[in-house]
Design a protein. Structure first.
Length: 233
């Protein structure tokens, strides 16, 4: 079955161009021209990937991203017309998986789409494998259930974003080892991810807020200055 992609872009010519090229690659494409229509369409078709412009009428892309991330784990590729770091940081903090600055080449756009969908397939494969293994990683007051993709702290399940879970699992599987930001980016986000190490720092901060008693003085995810991070459980 063809993978479903939702293209959210208010510029008709660009929307048509993106939709046409994605359809030529064999994807099932839906489109929306404003933030409200984007949410309505996403809830209806449950896309495998959302291509989301930042500058939208009714609801801007940041707000749409925030709402989508609460409702879905589908990867989000944000498009921005401004090459400003703050836009990229805001998008990533709201849960976007990647970003692309306009103008961009169609070859690069399609490569980003393929990379994100490949990660989705790998995630699903890992989940299926975990169901067979039924493995649970246990640390002091903290458990990671691979079969359920669930993290439990003091008997209570935590609500983690997909990349937060994957990051925690990668750190936990290498307990006691110092892991560089570049290594974490490669293993958790993929070698073709174009974001910088700021992405890792943001997700570590989110994780600490959820699994540490005092996120300002962490005891589980330790910063090793100049080197990276170490998980102590």
């Amino acid at each position: 079955m063809a993978e479903k992609i939702l293209v959210v872009e208010d510029e008709p010519a660009l929307q048509d161009t993106l939709a046409y090229n994605l359809a030529r690659q064999g994807y099932q494409v839906s489109t929306a021209g404003d933030g409200k229509a984007a949410l309505d369409t996403a809830r209806k078709v449950n896309p495998d990937l959302v291509v989301l412009d930042v500058m939208l009428p009714v609801l801007d892309g940041f707000e749409v991203c925030r709402i989508l991330r609460q409702e879905s784990n589908s990867p989000i590729l944000m498009l921005t017309a401004r090459d400003e770091e703050i836009d990229r940081v805001i998008g990533l903090e709201l849960g976007a998986d990647d970003y692309l600055t306009k103008p961009f080449s169609m070859r690069e756009f399609l490569a980003r789409v393929k990379a994100l969908l490949r990660r989705v397939r790998l995630d699903r494969s890992d989940t299926a494998e975990a169901e067979k293994v039924k493995e649970i990683l246990r640390f002091t007051e903290l458990e990671i259930d691979l079969a359920r993709r669930e993290v439990i702290l003091r008997g209570q399940p935590l609500v983690l974003k997909p990349k937060e879970y994957e990051l925690l699992l990668f750190l936990a599987r290498h307990k006691g080892q110092v892991l560089s930001r570049d290594l974490i980016l490669e293993r958790v986000w993929g070698w073709d991810f174009t974001g910088g190490s700021r992405t890792v720092d943001v997700h570590v901060r989110w994780l600490r807020e959820k699994i540490e008693d005092d996120s300002a003085n962490p005891e589980r995810i330790i910063t090793v200055r100049g080197a990276g991070y170490r998980f102590e459980g």
